[in-house]
Write a protein that binds this ligand. Structure first.
Ligand code: HEC
Ligand code: HEC
Length: 296
């Protein structure tokens, strides 16, 4: 089933919807206080872990200040789409419509309350690292309407990242990241004719075509039946349609099929492919993208 505002009939100014928003704000402020106290407690416990996250020498006091700053950034830059509850139900509603083979796909702002993220360097099922979130918030998400935020200072982006973590309890779980994948140098053979030929075999063996189609146009036999975790129809990437959402460089392509895109039918192939297979598959993906300006 679609979301409440998924039918596409009502306008964002619909009165029921505005009422909802008002109630949401009050609730949110109360919850915010409880959450704030909880957050402080948890941050004390999490201090040991903080080092692993890469935020330099944060103290609980500094961190809660960061969350507060982030709340302000969120209110001015994110709430319109992601909503004051972080559930993706901001005033804007549908952000982007993709059309394909007669199928209309709506793309909504992400619901942060589920704590599920697509573009990660971490294994399937784990939360992204702060670096992953920083990349997405900074660059935005191509083909989706999620804007880049290069005009925000690094501090503002860091703070808003801390703030969006308050929407899901998952961020308080102990093992939040698993082991992020290591992305070394892109090997020289990537993109070579021999590697592309080997990559095509991997693409066939892994049955990527079931979703993405033989020629990578997103028209595989399963394409029209796919849904995301939020119950919305979702299209497999059409390699000729433009930039990758998670970034189009070889290491971004590599990351996509190694970690998978959580919340979508795009699986992780971490266990199925060795290092050589992975880079050969990158070569073949680049070949599929060649038809567009984004293929390098
Ligand atoms: C114009 C609407 C819009 C605005 C403004 C916006 N976003 Fe988004 N955001 C989206 C959409 C749409 C997606 C879903 C992209 C997708 O999955 O294809 C998204 C996804 C995300 C994701 C999920 C990335 C992942 O790996 O799954 C994060 C994190 C995010 N936005 C953070 C922010 C932050 C922080 C701000 C404010 C600084 C912000 N967004 C402002 C529309 C918006
Ligand atoms: C069960 C269907 C399915 C299979 C099988 C599948 N994919 Fe996907 N893939 C998807 C969907 C759906 C998306 C789009 C996710 C989105 O737009 O949020 C996607 C997106 C992608 C992207 C674009 C990511 C981005 O950042 O925009 C790449 C690259 C990709 N898949 C490669 C592969 C490769 C290579 C294989 C085989 C090893 C494969 N996929 C197998 C469903 C599938």
């Amino acid at each position: 089933m679609g979301r409440e505002h998924g039918a596409g009939h009502h306008t964002p100014l619909d009165s029921t919807f505005s009422l909802d928003i008002n109630r949401g704000t009050t609730l949110f402020q109360q919850k915010g206080k409880v959450r704030f106290v909880k957050q402080t407690l948890i941050l004390i416990v999490a201090l040991v872990v903080v080092g692993l996250l890469g935020w330099p020498e944060a103290t609980p006091a500094q961190d809660s200040k960061l969350v507060q700053e982030g709340e302000a950034v969120y209110a001015s830059r994110c709430v319109i789409c992601h909503g004051d509850q972080g559930d993706g139900k901001g005033l804007t509603g549908i952000i982007h419509r993709a059309q394909k083979n007669g199928l209309v796909i709506n793309i909504y702002p992400r619901d942060f309350t589920a704590g599920v993220f697509k573009f990660r360097s971490t294994p399937s099922g784990y939360l992204p690292t702060d670096e992953d979130l920083m990349r997405i918030v900074t660059q935005g998400v191509a083909r989706s309407g999620m804007p880049s935020h290069t005009d925000l200072s690094a501090e503002e982006r860091r703070s808003v990242i801390e703030y969006i973590k308050t929407f899901s309890k998952r961020w308080q779980e102990e093992d939040r990241h698993g082991q992020p994948i290591k992305l070394g140098q892109t090997p020289d053979f990537v993109g070579s004719p021999a590697s592309r030929v080997r990559g095509r075999k991997v693409y066939e063996a892994m049955q990527c075509a079931r979703c993405h189609g033989e020629t990578g146009r997103g028209d595989g036999s399963a394409a029209e039946t796919l849904e995301d975790n939020w119950g919305e129809k979702i299209l497999p990437f059409d390699f000729t349609s433009g930039a990758l959402k998670g970034g189009s460089s070889p290491d971004n392509i590599y990351r996509t099929f190694v970690t998978g895109l959580d919340g979508t039918p795009m699986p992780s192939y971490e266990d199925a492919l060795n290092e050589q297979d992975r880079w050969d598959l990158v070569s073949f993906c680049i070949q599929l993208m060649k038809a567009s300006e984004y293929g390098s």
